[in-house]
Design a protein around this ligand. Structure first.
Ligand SMILES: Cc1cc2nc3c(=O)[nH]c(=O)nc-3n(C[C@H](O)[C@H](O)[C@H](O)COP(=O)(O)OP(=O)(O)OC[C@H]3O[C@@H](n4cnc5c(N)ncnc54)[C@H](O)[C@@H]3O)c2cc1C
Length: 362
């Protein structure tokens, strides 16, 4: 390729793609009508976490390496460990069996006394399953840092101006659409409406004298995000990122929810697991949409039927964990014109002929 590349969307995926293209000397501009990290990448839990999905797992290990390179010491050297909670021993053993598919996670069942030894904040009687994953980062700062690396490599940013797909397609040789949950709006008529849908997350920001040492996650959550079988609209997580301590988060389809409507329910649910949450100072709520693809895996590659229009979206609840490697892969495919470096299970060609749901599986 010899011409310019226009990227639409300055989230973690768009900024990473820009970095890897600019590094190769490509003239690249990132367009975003709001700004860098204005979408989900600036308002999430900031946990770089295993995707618990075999085809996506290589994106995670590559992203861990890339984030170390891009963020330096802001990316922890070792995982802090994710603590999944269960009501009883059977539930904890079931979690450990389930995650044993990924030996690198080293799942370990913890009896209530061991759980309390790990996390004294937790209520009595909870069983746990600890997984060797979880690198807490500040999502907004991480996205800004990747954008800065892209800028230093020569990428331009056109921010705060309306962005039109047709105009960019006329101006640039290639266009990469990396607009997260807005994908099917931007690509209306080019991809089916069910290809990527918003799955709304409300998180409540709190302050407590002593935060947890691990990300604490209700055991059903990780599986729900991977399979799409979400059984609870407001399951419990308590995730410490370097920026904030967040209780959450909702998994809601449909219209954008209001943070204040969901905060009481999230806090009440949280206090069942961590009683101290009932006494914590509430600092506010954040609301944003996970870009959830029809089969819960990233969608990377050409928009079907288009030669010079590319899609990098569908990272659901794992964009911080997978998005930098996705950016590297899309950049390489755009540069070479060859999509074979993208694993088949993650390529956009699976949009062709897929029975796309009109609503997300629950
Ligand atoms: C509550 C919650 C918690 C999460 N926690 C984690 C976590 O702990 N770990 C993890 O890995 N992931 C997490 N995620 C998922 C993660 O936030 C997303 O997968 C990731 O941020 C998606 O990045 P992106 O670049 O694809 O999209 P975004 O970050 O949403 O960026 C898209 C950009 O496109 C722009 N845009 C939108 N519409 C248009 C348009 N029409 N034209 C032009 N530009 C447009 C927006 O302004 C935005 O800047 C969480 C998500 C939520 C909701």
């Amino acid at each position: 390729m010899t011409g310019d590349v226009a990227i639409i969307g300055a989230g973690i995926v768009g900024c990473s793609t820009a970095y890897f293209l600019a590094r190769e000397g490509v003239r690249v501009t990132v367009h975003d009508p709001v700004g860098i990290a204005a979408g989900a990448s600036g308002r999430n839990n900031g946990l770089v976490e295993h995707p618990y999905d075999a085809p996506s797992a290589p994106l995670f290990s590559e992203s861990v390496t890339l984030l170390r390179e891009l963020l330096g010491p802001a990316m922890p050297a070792e995982p802090v460990g994710a603590l999944l909670l269960a009501d009883g021993e059977a539930g904890a053993r079931e979690l450990a069996r389930h995650y044993a598919r990924f030996p690198e996670l080293e799942p370990e069942v913890l009896a209530p006394a061991e759980v309390r030894a790990q996390e004294p904040l937790l209520a009595d009687g909870l069983w746990g399953c600890r997984l060797r994953t979880g690198y807490p980062i500040s999502p907004r700062e991480a996205t800004l840092a990747v954008a800065e690396r892209a800028r230093a490599a020569g990428a331009r940013f056109a921010l705060g101006e309306p962005v039109g797909l047709d105009a960019l397609r006329e101006r640039a040789e290639h266009v990469v659409v990396a607009v997260g949950a807005s994908t099917t709006d931007v690509l209306a008529g080019l991809v089916a409406p069910g290809a990527v849908r918003p799955l709304w997350g409300v998180i409540v920001l709190i302050e407590m004298a002593d935060g947890p040492r691990h990300p604490i996650i209700e055991g059903t959550v990780t599986r729900g995000l991977t399979t799409g079988t979400i059984t609870d609209e407001a399951p419990f997580t308590l995730l410490p990122s370097p920026s904030w301590l967040a209780v959450g988060s909702t998994m809601l389809e449909g219209a954008e929810p209001r943070g204040e409507d969901w905060a009481p329910r999230l806090l009440a649910q949280g206090a069942r697991f961590v009683p101290e949450i009932g006494r914590a100072t509430v600092r506010g709520t954040l609301v944003c949409a996970r870009p959830k693809s029809f089969d819960n895996r990233p969608l990377l590659g050409r928009v079907p039927g288009e030669e010079r229009l590319w899609l990098a979206s569908g990272h659901g609840g794992r964009g911080m964990s997978l998005g930098t490697a996705s950016g590297r892969m899309i950049a390489e495919a755009v540069l070479t014109g060859d999509e074979r470096g993208i694993p088949a299970d993650l390529r956009t060609e699976r949009l062709l002929g897929a029975p796309l749901p009109q609503s997300v599986t629950r």
